[in-house]
Design a protein around this ligand. Sequence first.
Ligand SMILES: Nc1ncnc2c1ncn2[C@@H]1O[C@H](COP(=O)(O)OP(=O)(O)OP(=O)(O)O)[C@@H](O)[C@H]1O
Length: 443
Amino acid sequence: MLQAVAAAPRRLLVVDPCHECERLLPCLQASGWMVHSCGLEEVGEVLCDVGLIRLRAPHLERPETLKQLISQSGTEWIAVLSSEALQQPEIGNFIGEWFFDYHTLPFDVDRVSVALGRAFGMARLRGKGSDVGDEHPHELLGSSRSIRELCRLLSKLAPTEAPVLIRGESGTGKELVAHTLHRLSRRAGEPFVAVNCGAIPEHLIQSEMFGHEKGAFTGAHQRKIGRIESADGGTLFLDEIGDLPLELQANLLRFLQEMQIERVGSSKPISVNVRVLAATHIDLEAAIRQGRFREDLYYRLNVLQVQTTPLCERTVDIRCLAEYFARRYAVEIGRRPRSFSERAVRAMIEHPWPGNVRELANRVRRGMVLAEGRQIEAADLGMEVSEVAIPLLGTLDDYICRAEQQALSDVLLHYSKNMSQAARVLGVSRPTFYRLLHKHRIR
Ligand SMILES: Nc1ncnc2c1ncn2[C@@H]1O[C@H](COP(=O)(O)OP(=O)(O)OP(=O)(O)O)[C@@H](O)[C@H]1O
């Protein structure tokens, strides 16, 4: 039996509707657009796929406000203006940089419909528009199996009070994991204090961690509260724990056993209630064997363990992360968020990502600054795509296997958040689709 599938509504936001809109809006509603209208100051409150704005002198006098709204709204924008206004070079440049398209008055319903349709398609293609959820700066993004399993694990570990050792390559999100554990715990309203054990000079680390009393040593002009004490009631995150000098490891162990500290220059114990999370990218077991890390401290910290996955093992997440960083840096840099060309996406998928998500964020920031066209190209990211594909010879089965892998990765590029849709596009059932993902070890 055939089932009717309801198309997602196409939401259009008309900002400061002008009297010319009176004829236009009913036509758009009749052709399936769900139209909302609002004033400029309310734009951030309505989630829409496409926005139509009649550019007037006051808007153009405050371009910064408009740029801010456009870059934060997650909507594709079309400017409406008179043909005389468009002749002014600064207005033309402004529209070229910030808008998807423009329309000169009077309205031509057919032309507007085509422009809106294209903008809608682009908004959906980029994952922008009204389907986009709230963005949280401390949220672990991604739809790969490893990220989904990580989030499930974190929600189980967060409510406990036990220490967690977070392991993984540099830039894979270990600090983000620590933030997430804190945010989901009972301590969420209390301080989260991060200490990078490798970044504090060795002679300062004792007083940084434990604090000192006035006059404890030359230069100690007043009492200083240490990082451990300042986390009282909350979470203490010890990053790069493998870099902690041996002497400090002994002091930290004592603190973990007794939950008390002594400031430098004082022998009075102070009770501190913190949950300890630690992270490392080094092989702590090897460090123990080499005598660089205390085994007893290792067992204290390693009660629960979380492992982050390198980016090259979850390529499905690359596009969504890159688009997130493009939106984030658009606000910072003050440019319109850009999408990525297919070649740029391919270059990102093929890249080995030794610096993981941090490297991706840095490359996207660079791309946002350098991009000249509508899209970020591979070269803007400092990447190249292999021009000539060297044929990989093999049996017919090898060719079929590679074709399956290609088909899966192509479809996941577009539908990583909707597995049913991905399966439908390939013309296979959902179980078959999952079986293929499993067979090709695609997460
Ligand atoms: N899954 C993710 N979703 C969103 N942002 C992420 C994700 N993973 C990492 N990031 C971002 O990547 C950057 C690096 O992450 P983070 O500092 O947590 O990595 P790390 O593993 O602690 O690195 P290091 O070992 O070098 O300290 C941060 O800007 C972080 O917000």
